[in-house]
Design a protein around this ligand. Structure first.
Ligand code: ZN
Length: 143
């Protein structure tokens, strides 16, 4: 099961290189038990417009793979966001936002904000001894 799957360094490398792989992974966790439309409860869907999104066949509401996860509404590629999340959560790196922005070619403020978002989500998760990156990725960010 994706949720308990260990993210090996090789797997992480694949995610660093491909936003689509990250979105596929997120969608796989999110809809492990199947799709259910948040608006009308329908369980039938077709493909949506963005990669790995799902569209309700009844009310036509579309949910992106990243909606209601830590990647909700981020304005930069999911693979770069995953890179930050992996380094902070799994490797426990105290990378500064300066380092992340250098490595990823992102604005430093963007990195800082996303890193803060991760910290806020991980502090809400109780079993801090065993903070699975999957739990953090799937936690809904409340701005
Ligand atoms: Zn619906």
């Amino acid at each position: 099961m994706l949720f308990n799957e260990e993210i090996t360094p090789q797997k992480a490398q694949e995610f660093f290189e491909s936003s689509e792989k990250v979105l596929e992974f997120i969608a796989g966790i999110k809809w492990t038990d199947g799709f259910k439309c948040r608006k009308c409860g329908n369980t039938n869907y077709c493909e949506g417009k963005t990669p790995f999104s799902r569209r309700c066949t009844r009310c036509k509401a579309e949910e992106s793979a990243s909606a209601h996860t830590i990647f909700h509404n981020i304005k930069f590629p999911a693979n770069k966001a995953f890179y930050i999340a992996y380094h902070v959560c799994v490797l426990g790196k105290e990378f500064s936002s300066y380092n992340f922005s250098e490595q990823l070619g992102l604005n430093q403020m963007t990195c800082w904000k996303f890193r803060k978002r991760i910290q806020e989500c991980s502090s809400r998760i109780n079993n801090s001894a065993n903070n699975k990156i999957q739990l953090i990725l799937m936690s809904e960010y409340r701005a």
